[in-house]
Design a protein around this ligand. Structure first.
Ligand code: MG
Length: 159
């Protein structure tokens, strides 16, 4: 039976931080602030995968008060989510995600992001969708105060 999950994440853009999305470091004047590398795209995907199998969210497994997760690459979270799916004898069927960012341009980095995400989840790159859109200059994303990401995951679980 195929189960679907949804994930959403947002982080603040600040000076003096690297911008990492989908495991890819993107040259920019600001980066996302957070306890880990603040990779909003990987965090949204992680929540989608955990949600599909009815598990608690990323904050439960990797609390931002735990020094173990300080500054770590978020691929660790995806690897762990994939491990939990495997423990349940599940199989991640596909991922689809959208990054919402006013700047910088995301498109040139999408192929590399898909590769990183597919590697972390140990699935075929063709089963990973990543798109990007701006927020048409509106709201906090339009003002470049933050970047958001949303994702869905489908997971085949035994009955
Ligand atoms: Mg996050």
């Amino acid at each position: 039976m195929v189960h679907v999950g949804i994930g959403y994440d947002v982080h603040q853009l600040v000076v003096g931080r690297k911008l990492v999305l989908g495991g890819v470091e993107i040259p920019h004047t600001k980066g996302l602030d957070g306890h880990s590398d603040a990779d909003a795209l990987m965090h949204a995907i992680c929540d989608a995968v955990l949600g599909a199998i009815g598990e608690e969210d990323i904050g439960h497994f990797f609390p931002n008060t735990d020094p173990r997760w300080k500054g770590v690459p978020s691929k660790i979270f995806l690897q762990e989510a994939a491990r939990i799916v495997a423990l349940r004898n599940g199989k991640i069927v596909n991922i689809d995600a959208t990054v919402i960012a006013q700047a910088p341009k995301i498109y040139p980095h999408i192929k590399a992001m898909k590769l990183c995400i597919a590697e972390a989840l140990n699935i075929n790159m063709q089963h990973v969708g990543v798109k990007a859109t701006t927020n048409e200059l509106m709201g906090f994303i339009g003002r470049e105060e933050g970047i958001a990401a949303m994702a869905v995951a489908s997971v085949d679980l035994p009955e």
